[in-house]
Design a protein around this ligand. Structure first.
Ligand SMILES: C[S@@+](CC[C@H](N)C(=O)[O-])C[C@H]1O[C@@H](n2cnc3c(N)ncnc32)[C@H](O)[C@@H]1O
Length: 225
C-alpha cells in the first residue's frame, strides 16, 4: 500500500501527496476541475461529438483516487452511453484514504458517494457491473506488464509527471499504449511536454495541443486515424 497524505486543492477538492515521489495526484489548482476538463471535456465529450459511439471502452493508466472513474461513471449515465472502463493501478490506496476523499461533494446527486465507494470496494481483476451504463475492471498491474487482447476507444493517460516517473513516458511504453487504441481512438493527458508530442507523432497519432485546465497552459490529445 502506498504512503500518501490528503491535501486540499484550490477548488476545494482533495488530492493526494505522494511522499516518496514528492508529487501530487492532481493539479494544485483543482483536482475535480482538472479531471473534468482533461478527461471528460477534452476526452469523452470530444470522442462522443466526433464519432457518436454507443459504447466506449476506456483504458485508464493509474486508478489512484478513483476520481476519473466516478466522473466517467456519472458521465455514462447522463449521456446514456455504455462504458467499459479498465483501470491499471499497481499501488492501490488504503481504505482509510479513499473513504476520506470528498469528491461526492462536487456532484449535485447526493447518492454519488455510494457509487464512488462501490468502485473502490470492487474486487481487483474482476468485472464489476455498476449499472447498465458502467462496468469497471481494476487490475493491479503496471502498464509495463499489462497485456490484453482488447482495444480501446480512449486512453486516459494519467501517470505521474515525466520529471517524477520518467519510465511511464518512454517512447516504447507510449507506443505500446497507442497500439492498444482502435482506429479513431483518442489518447488524452494533462501533460504537454514537447517530447511527448513528438513521441505521439512518431507512433502515428495526429497530435493537438489544447488549452489546459484552469491554472495550466496546455494539455495534449492525440487521435489515431
Ligand atoms: C497522477 S496519479 C493519478 C491517479 C488517478 N487517475 C487519480 O485521478 O487519482 C498516477 C497514478 O498512476 C499509478 N501508477 C504508478 N506507476 C504505474 C504504472 N507503472 N502503471 C500504471 N499506473 C501506475 C500511481 O499509483 C497513481 O495512482
Amino acid at each position: 500500500m502506498v504512503e500518501v497524505k490528503i491535501i486540499v486543492t484550490e477548488d476545494g477538492s482533495h488530492s493526494l501527496f505522494h511522499e516518496a515521489l514528492n508529487e501530487t495526484y492532481h493539479s494544485f489548482h483543482g483536482a475535480v476541475q482538472e479531471s473534468r476538463y482533461v478527461f471528460l471535456k477534452e476526452g469523452l465529450d470530444f470522442l462522443q461529438a466526433s464519432f457518436g459511439l454507443n459504447t466506449i471502452r476506456v483504458l485508464e493508466v493509474g486508478f489512484g483516487t478513483g476520481l476519473n472513474a466516478i466522473l466517467t461513471s456519472e458521465w455514462a449515465k447522463a449521456h446514456q452511453v455504455k462504458i467499459e472502463y479498465i483501470s491499471l493501478e499497481p499501488f492501490p490506496l488504503k481504505r482509510e484514504i479513499y473513504e476520506a476523499l470528498n469528491y461526492h461533494e462536487f456532484f449535485e446527486d447526493k447518492t454519488v458517494r455510494e457509487r464512488f465507494l462501490e468502485l473502490h470496494h470492487a474486487d481487483w481483476e474482476k468485472e464489476f457491473i455498476q449499472n447498465e451504463y458502467f462496468t469497471l475492471l481494476k487490475t493491479e498491474a503496471k502498464l509495463q506488464d499489462f497485456s490484453t487482447d482488447l482495444h480501446f476507444d480512449i486512453v486516459f493517460f494519467d501517470a505521474f509527471a515525466p520529471n517524477k516517473q520518467s519510465e511511464m513516458w518512454d517512447l516504447a511504453l507510449i507506443e505500446k499504449t497507442v497500439g492498444l487504441l482502435n482506429s479513431n481512438g483518442v489518447f488524452v493527458t494533462y501533460c504537454a511536454k514537447g517530447q511527448l508530442k513528438r513521441d505521439l507523432k512518431t507512433v502515428g497519432l495526429v497530435v493537438e495541443t489544447l488549452h489546459g485546465p484552469p491554472g495550466k497552459k496546455e494539455m495534449v490529445r492525440g487521435l489515431k486515424q
